[in-house]
Design a binder for this molecule. Sequence first.
Ligand code: FMN
Length: 531
Amino acid sequence: MNQQSEIVLNYHNRTKHSLEHYAKGPDTIDWDDQPDPFRRFSGCELVTLPRPGAALPALFAELDTPYLIPEQALNRASLGLLLELSFGLSAWKQYGPNRWSLRCNPSSGNLHPTEAYLINTGTMLMKPGLYHYVSHDHLLERRCQFSDNCDDAGLLIGLSSVHWREAWKYGERAYRYCQHDTGHALAALRYAAATLGWSIELVNEYSDDETALLLGLNRSHDFINLEHESPDLVCRVHTRSDHAPLNTSALLETAHAGAWSGKAESLRAYHLYKWPVIDDISHAAKKWHTAAGAHWQAPPQRLIKSASTQTAIDIIRGRRSAQQFDSKMQPLPVDDFYRMLSAVLPAAKVPFDCWPWSPNIHLFIFVHRVDGLQPGLYALPRSTDILHKLKAATLADFAWEPVSDTVPLYHLYSGDFRQTAKTLSCRQAIAGDGAFSLAMLAEFNEPIAEQAWAYRRLFWECGMIGQVLYLEAEAAGVRGTGIGCYFDDSVHEIFGIQNDNFQSLYHFTVGKPLEDKRLQTLPPYGHLPVV
Ligand SMILES: Cc1cc2nc3c(=O)[nH]c(=O)nc-3n(C[C@H](O)[C@H](O)[C@H](O)COP(=O)(O)O)c2cc1C
């Protein structure tokens, strides 16, 4: 194993929570000192977008066949919708004097480390250049003006992370959460594009250094020390009519030769604690340039239809994390459960049709209350060739009985796992009070030994699965919550996993939400002036 991969594995091991102690984090949190969740650049030309909140007819169930969704014309209104439905605000919550916003993409601790950038190379929408999206004001800040006759590569979206935003609250484990959030944001982008009849292509070629150059993140003098952004990924946005191949090096040259402006404003946080291990892992898990290659193709899979009749836009804007579940809920209909499971399989469907790599994440599910299913532990391998490895890596007395003709679900063990699931998830009641909760088990050692940066990709894949579950839960009239806090090796022990060939990287729970009536909900963009 190379040195980078070893650093990654060490980071992973030292950031495990256990029943005895949590991963290293701040001893105290000063809530007034929370980093600003909204980044702004001063000294940039601003580009306004039409007021958010527009409607679109596409139904959530129709996103299964995105090619049948009418393609929206590309203009500032549709571009604004793409950004709003991916990274924009979905509501404000108020409790007493405290007010906080929620977004279409979820985030661990609602800290939102992910920043989104638009690269526009045409002249029709706005001047060619690189733009930073300010979700709070739903506008774009032009960071770089490209030459008017630059190579036309259409539209691209870049994502980056301000690790400090998460580290402020979660300390060393925060780097993991930033990667989850990137996965959620990527899936949110894919769903938003599908709603407009568009698609997304993840550009796998770029190295982190190249992504940093494209997004201006390498311009260290434009950022306050400790508040820099780390490059994550770049995607191309395709309307149906524009599938010319991307000239990746021409785009880099365009950005390099562009006229840059703006400086990142302070996130107004006092950096009381420092977490150098995050910079170490960030450095070790750096992505290098990848030669253009064929995308992994999912084998055809039978997809169970969604029974939802709501529009996609309503589901996306209405997505929320449940804080508490009704532990006396009626069991979840088994058809809804199977639909959710079929939607997380890597078939060539939204959002996984933009994922160029073969699946490495498999689900171990604690079924608590699903109609017609015995409570117990189940497994959903997301690729057929992994079954024997999963069997070999887990407890010998798991039954591995197939339970359905429609999804590759296996019954492992019967029993009441409500208390176990709660304890494993840092004693959070939501893991036991819902219909089911689950662990996302990653093929771990092998991909990381091959390329240290695969560590990030594994979390991104988990985040994408999480986003599917969030939206599918809303569509089924229940609600989900991502769970980043769990006791890593206790989870492995329950499954009988004894080495790091497989590791649990994210948890999720679904149930019937109980609303906190003390909280007031306000519209997402009521603060924008009416023009
Ligand atoms: C990676 C990740 C980890 C999370 N972990 C937890 C958790 O352990 N417990 C919890 O109650 N919520 C958790 N959440 C939910 C967030 O707190 C929630 O997304 C955030 O407060 C924003 O609210 P929203 O999802 O309703 O927009 C997690 C979310 C994400 C994306």
